[in-house]
Design a protein around this ligand. Structure first.
Ligand code: GTP
Ligand code: MG
Length: 289
């Protein structure tokens, strides 16, 4: 099932809540997710495979943006059910564009997220009515990915729409992504959360080496920036910024991987990386999407 929606509506937060662990990075800034993230939830009656996707945009400035957008449209076509995430109380142009992109006949469930923030719940009703008309009678479920409210109702709306199929994954699996990829994402999350408004968009993370020594993982990661002037901004005074990025990312990795992590991080300038298909491929863009 594909989780789609415009940027920042809470798709990744919702995925993490559904699988019970942070596998998809989140931040207050739009376009945090850059490629699709697979999450798995096994219940007694069904195994659900979720594809969290980048926020849907209609403007593409770089090759990276085109890859992000392609991962949304590809996901829409590959899945059995589409889960559209919206934020009340207004339908955005990008929401409408996504509704038009849905392949004909594909089952749709709409999650109206962040209802914990909606003080006046009566505003929800006209929104749901408007949605009902626009979505061809899809199930519409108000939820809060943050508090978890409504998520049982959401799953109960989704499960009957799934085809009967063999389980693809073990019941304990929560993702099919590699630890290498997840490690890069967790570093990227700290960049999104700890650096200024514009800077994280000019950055990517490349794992140079990932070694297992018994239960210890040694991870060597390169933060790729677009300009020389970005470098001191990531490193910070006396290296404090980079140290904070690394230590928070490491704590998350240890929690997710369930073992000790040694993490070394440095910064490298690679001008125009977001428009360089070769560099993008080397960093796993598209390959994972
Ligand atoms: N109050 C509230 N905030 C939420 C909820 N769900 C998500 N958020 C917040 O909304 C922001 C965006 O969440 P993400 O999960 O990163 O959103 P996204 O749709 O994956 O965003 P992109 O990957 O950038 O498209 C974060 O600051 C979340 O904490 C919710 O149910 N309630
Ligand atoms: Mg996201």
């Amino acid at each position: 099932m594909a989780i789609v929606g415009r940027p920042n509506v809470g798709k990744s937060t919702l995925l993490n809540r559904l699988v019970g662990q942070k596998i998809s990075i989140t931040s207050r800034k739009p376009q945090t997710t850059r490629q699709r993230i697979t999450g798995i939830l096994t219940r007694e009656d069904a195994q659900l495979v979720f594809l969290d996707t980048p926020g849907f945009q209609t403007r593409h400035r770089t090759a990276l943006h085109r890859l992000m957008s392609r991962s949304v449209t590809r996901s829409l076509h590959e899945v059995d059910v589409v889960l559209l995430v919206l934020e009340a109380p207004k339908l955005d142009d990008r929401d409408a564009a996504l509704l038009r992109l849905l392949p004909a006949g594909k089952p749709l469930v709409v999650a109206v997220n962040k209802i914990d923030r909606l003080r006046d719940k009566t505003r929800l009703l006209p929104f749901i009515r408007q949605l009902h008309d626009r979505s061809g009678g899809a199930a519409i479920v108000p939820v809060s990915a943050q508090t978890g409210s409504g998520l049982d109702d959401l799953l109960n709306a989704v499960v009957p729409l799934l085809p009967v199929a063999l389980r693809l994954f073990d019941e304990d699996d929560i993702t099919s992504l590699s630890e290498r990829f997840l490690a890069a994402e967790l570093i990227r999350e700290k960049l999104f959360r700890l650096l200024g408004d514009e800077l994280p968009y000019a950055m990517a993370v490349n794992i140079e080496r990932f070694e297992h020594h018994g239960t210890l993982r040694r991870i060597y990661a390169e933060i790729v920036v677009d300009r020389n002037s970005h470098k001191p901004m990531v490193i910070g005074k006396n290296g404090e910024k980079l140290k904070t990025v690394a230590s928070r990312a490491r704590a998350d990795m240890e929690a997710l991987f369930g073992g000790k992590v040694f993490l070394e991080v440095w910064v490298k300038v690679r001008k125009g990386w977001a428009d360089d298909e070769r560099t993008l491929r080397r960093m796993g863009y598209e390959a994972a999407g």
